[in-house]
Design a protein around this ligand. Sequence first.
Ligand code: 1GP
Length: 251
Amino acid sequence: MDWRRWRHAVKLDPARPLDPEVVRGLATTGTDALILGGSDGIRREAVFHLLGAARATGLPVAIEVSSEEAVVPGADWYLIPMVLNTRDPRWLVGAHREAFQNLHRIAPGIPVPWDRVVTVAYVVCNPDATVARVAAAVPPAGPDEVAAWTTVAERLLRADIVYIEYSGRFGDPAWVGAAAGAMRGARLFYGGGIGTAEQAAVMAARAHTVVVGNALYRPGGLECIRATVEGARRVRPGEGGEPIAAGGRLP
Ligand code: 1GP
């Protein structure tokens, strides 16, 4: 399934061990896709192994290229993160420049599969998340700032995806609603702290796609994922109460 149609995705961290049975079980949860990505400690070999296990589920697989170690062939999509609200341009475009300059070493002889490259503009909202620390993020002060970042991402940077990232904590629906209200043509992803059907429904009423990570790693993780898929499918984006994309293209 094309990434533009995902309602629910599971994020797998190559740096965190996961029972292969659990990865296999994802095929039966109803999720639309698997995203391989993490903020810290990514090693190419681990990405390679996890990619094999993810592929075996038959689900679409995306790799989030947060370090050159994540450049591994064989994924359906390559998500390129850019952190908008960072203090350090390295996390916006600097590491990307470095990677392209070193491409001959990172992926010798392999052309960039541009038709499978998807740009993801992150707004990191949870100051306690690893990504906030690693990427020197300055969390927005409020929903207006989130909406403005969304406009920067869409209109100026022409990002494919705007990602409201609360990794590790359930976010403020009003902030996600503010992003939704500013959306015009890109896709809005939300991730962070989703562990129940209700939480999934709240965010899926505002974002096109909800991403669940940590919940899978807890006991009963697959059941939890199933519940969140069900929650996300209960609602449609735009049912969240905020004025979503007036005149825009949010379905
Ligand atoms: C992390 O947004 C994802 O990048 C998911 O967050 O791990 O808190 O579910 P959680």
